[in-house]
Design a protein around this ligand. Sequence first.
Ligand code: ADP
Length: 190
Amino acid sequence: MSKLNIVLFGPPGAGKGTQSNFLIERYGLVHLSTGDLLRAEIKAESQLGLQAKELMDAGQLVPDAVVIGMIRNKMEAHLDAKGFIFDGFPRTKAQAETLDEMLDAKSEPITAMLALEVPEEELIKRLLGRGATSGRSDDQDESIIRNRIREYTTKTAPLKDYYSAQGKFKAINGVGSLEEITGRLVEAIG
Ligand code: ADP
């Protein structure tokens, strides 16, 4: 059977992490979140973590080579996976192209790119709410949040065109109850 490789896409606060948890359970997929992997490096106080922390705290993207290396390692550690959910990756055209190369080499291409769409003011409200309880420093300051959204708009949102050109882009309304949004994702996966 062919593998199910899903890119879960959307701006910060769109609900990618939350919805990934439902989808990995339902389809038996491996969750690859570059944000989670980076936070694990910070917690371990590794050299990579120290460098990434400064950029993350400023709301900027970390270098492509860093996140690509992390994803490559994780994919190699799960060769027998039924498929992957890519959460927060790719975030630049270079990341998307490298991911396609890695998957093409295994003849296991991306199945679909599901883009959660949420209005900006709702994103800021959600992220400030999350920051109050999660302890994530990048969620506690509105100017850092706006910077992350700006990075998304300039560097990441253009990937919609990249996946559209491959016929893989699907927009999903990211406003509603958690169950409603999961239902929309499941329907889009088909
Ligand atoms: P959110 O989507 O809520 O911003 P993430 O956990 O996905 O949260 O990302 C947190 C931060 O980690 C980003 O602001 C960025 O600095 C860094 N990061 C995560 N994934 C990537 C990536 N693929 N490329 C570059 N930077 C990344």
